[in-house]
Design a protein around this ligand. Structure first.
Ligand code: SF4
Length: 215
């Protein structure tokens, strides 16, 4: 079986077993962008608290957030951890959005994926995983998102080597799957759910894991 076919089998097996993930939780593309920054190095429940702080003050709008004092923004997002660094990163992203699309995010969707990705990666504090999350989940561009769960699962199934880097792993998927936003959206979510539930770092629970039959 080719690796492309195997990847599609993985996807279909996980989807049949786990059901749709309905990612990314966020009411607007901008909220998804904010969540993509806040989720760096923390879990989603902490991100949700920070987002609720912003939402309850009606601050989840680019113009309003851009005019917010840095210290106040940091305080509001404190539950997400590393809050001063993340406040600065949000401001960097807001400046990018001001320059690129005057805060009107749908205008970004018409830009070429690679060019837009390169520009996002120039924003200080926006790494590949954050950039791809913004591209895929906020802007609906076919940019596959990978993470530690992805590399662990694929390595344990002998598809990639242990120390594969982010871009090699992303290319592994994008070279073998159709450029399909819905597929990429769901596939990444399913791998994260599988990693969290079964494919632990030190103690994988292959019995009961939907991918157990592929070992
Ligand atoms: S827990 Fe086992 S079967 Fe499941 S993804 Fe990890 S290595 Fe594969």
């Amino acid at each position: 079986m080719s690796s492309s076919t195997l990847l599609m089998h993985f996807y279909e097996t996980l989807l049949a077993s786990l059901g749709p993930s309905q990612w990314w939780p966020g009411e607007t593309p901008f909220e998804i962008c904010v969540g993509a920054v806040l989720t760096q190095n923390t879990n989603w429940s902490n991100v949700q608290k920070a987002i609720n702080n912003l939402k309850s003050r009606d601050l989840l709008h680019p113009e309003k957030m851009a005019s917010l004092d840095d210290e106040l923004l940091a305080e509001l997002i404190r539950p997400s951890g590393y809050f001063r660094i993340k406040a600065r990163r949000l401001k960097n992203l807001l400046e990018f959005l001001r320059l690129e699309c005057a805060y009107h995010l749908p205008d970004l969707s018409s830009q070429d994926l690679q060019q837009l990705r390169d520009k996002l990666l120039q924003v200080k504090g926006i790494g590949p995983e954050t950039a791809d999350s913004i591209l895929l989940y906020a802007l609906e561009k076919p940019s596959f998102v990978v993470d530690a769960y992805t590399s662990r699962i694929l390595n344990r199934h002998l598809l990639v080597h242990e120390d594969i880097d982010y871009h090699e792993l992303r290319d592994f998927f994008m070279d073998r799957l159709p450029r399909d936003v819905a597929l990429y959206n769901e596939y990444h979510a399913l791998l994260v759910r599988t990693g969290k539930k079964w494919c632990n770092k030190n103690n994988p629970r292959c019995d009961g894991c939907p991918l157990g039959s592929y070992l």
